[in-house]
Ligand binder design. Structure first.
Ligand code: FES
Length: 111
């Protein structure tokens, strides 16, 4: 596992939010996060993080994170915590409970 070393430089971002934006053709057996609204939710989350003045967080679009059936999904690093972001409200909760307050948005966490 990649653990941080004492002589690594400080984290450039305290938290990176990777939101899957993968799109598959209609009818694909695994589905995709884009067809469940992930792009709008990512854009919303990115804008809200800025509006709230949350420094040290970066919301990025990711390719398939391989948990398609549970999506729309996102993973936060360096914590390695996964969430199902199925609404703007879910994005707000993660921003507030996880990023602003340093806790966990337990109800949205993926196993
Ligand atoms: S399509 Fe989003 S995790 Fe695979």
């Amino acid at each position: 596992m990649g653990t941080r070393h004492d002589d690594d430089p400080p984290l450039y971002f305290e938290t990176h939010v990777f939101v899957c934006g993968n799109r598959r053709p209609e009818g694909h057996q695994r589905g995709c996060c884009a067809s469940k609204g992930a792009e709008k939710i990512r854009d919303y989350m990115k804008a809200r993080a800025k509006e709230l003045g949350l420094t040290g967080v970066r919301v990025n679009q990711a390719g398939c994170l391989d948990r398609c059936e549970l999506g729309p999904c996102a993973v936060l690093y360096p914590e390695g915590v996964w969430y199902r972001l199925d609404s703007f409200e879910a994005a707000d909760k993660v921003l507030d409970e996880h990023i602003a307050k340093g806790g966990r948005a337990r109800a949205l966490q993926l196993p």
